[in-house]
Ligand binder design. Structure first.
Ligand code: DX5
Ligand code: ZN
Length: 217
């Protein structure tokens, strides 16, 4: 089965965002992956509401918004109003994660939880039935273009088991360092969705690259 592909615009040309969105609209990409960084949870600052709203106005696919921010509860409604379709918060950033998930759903979005490379998947066992997506970080969050952490394969397998055991409908998204070589093994291990920034936007042919990531056989 082909994977869902979510290009991360973090590696795109911000001086020509309109062309980037037009390109992704006509590509086989499924979601737009938008990385929001606050300079506190991660050592980098990316973009916020004005940029997301501008993208939402012309995007023809759901916005998969990955919040790398502390205390995300403060902004859940605002992300809905900005156009988010899927909203992922970090496990490590939420004290009352169950409440945060309820809040995301209450605002009419799909709820995702992102976990850092050091966070074991079993910590999700009491919330996995309530969420739509787990974003497994395969690099330490904060920057595009980093090297894929191989241990992520074990986490995909364990997470898949947890999802089966609990009959959860959560999809497994892998985020960071996804490339033309690891895409197929990741899909075979159980990944449902692949985020790709650098691989798509440094490609001489992003449309072909997206097509390949979707179905790398
Ligand atoms: C990292 C972000 C990723 C990143 C992926 O903090 O969450 O979405 O942009 O970029 P690549 O594919 O270049 O690793
Ligand atoms: Zn991301």
């Amino acid at each position: 089965m082909p994977a869902l592909v979510a290009p991360s615009i973090l590696s795109a040309d911000f001086s020509d965002l309109k062309s980037v969105i037009d390109l992704l609209n006509k590509s086989e990409a499924d979601w737009f992956h938008l990385d929001v960084m606050d300079g506190v949870f991660v050592p980098n600052i990316s973009f916020g509401f004005p940029v997301i709203k501008a993208i939402a106005a012309i995007a023809k696919k759901p916005l998969d918004v990955h919040l790398m921010i502390v205390d995300p509860d403060r902004y859940i409604e605002a992300f809905k109003l900005a156009g988010a379709g899927i909203l992922s918060v970090h496990y490590e950033a939420c004290t009352h994660l169950h409440r945060t998930i309820q809040n995301i759903k209450h605002n009419g979005m799909k709820a995702g939880i992102a976990i850092n490379p050091h966070t074991p998947v079993h910590l999700l066992e009491d919330v996995i039935a309530n969420i739509d997506l787990v974003c497994l970080m395969s690099v330490n969050p904060g920057f595009g273009g980093q090297k894929f952490i191989e241990h992520t394969f074990n986490k995909v397998l364990r997470l898949k088991e947890l999802i089966m055991e609990t009959r959860s409908k959560a999809k497994i998204e892998v985020d960071g360092g996804v490339d033309l070589d690891n895409a197929l093994p990741l899909i075979r291990a159980g990944a449902d969705a692949l985020v790709a920034g650098n691989t798509v936007f440094t490609s001489p042919n992003p449309l072909e690259t997206i097509k390949f990531l979707k179905d790398p056989l």
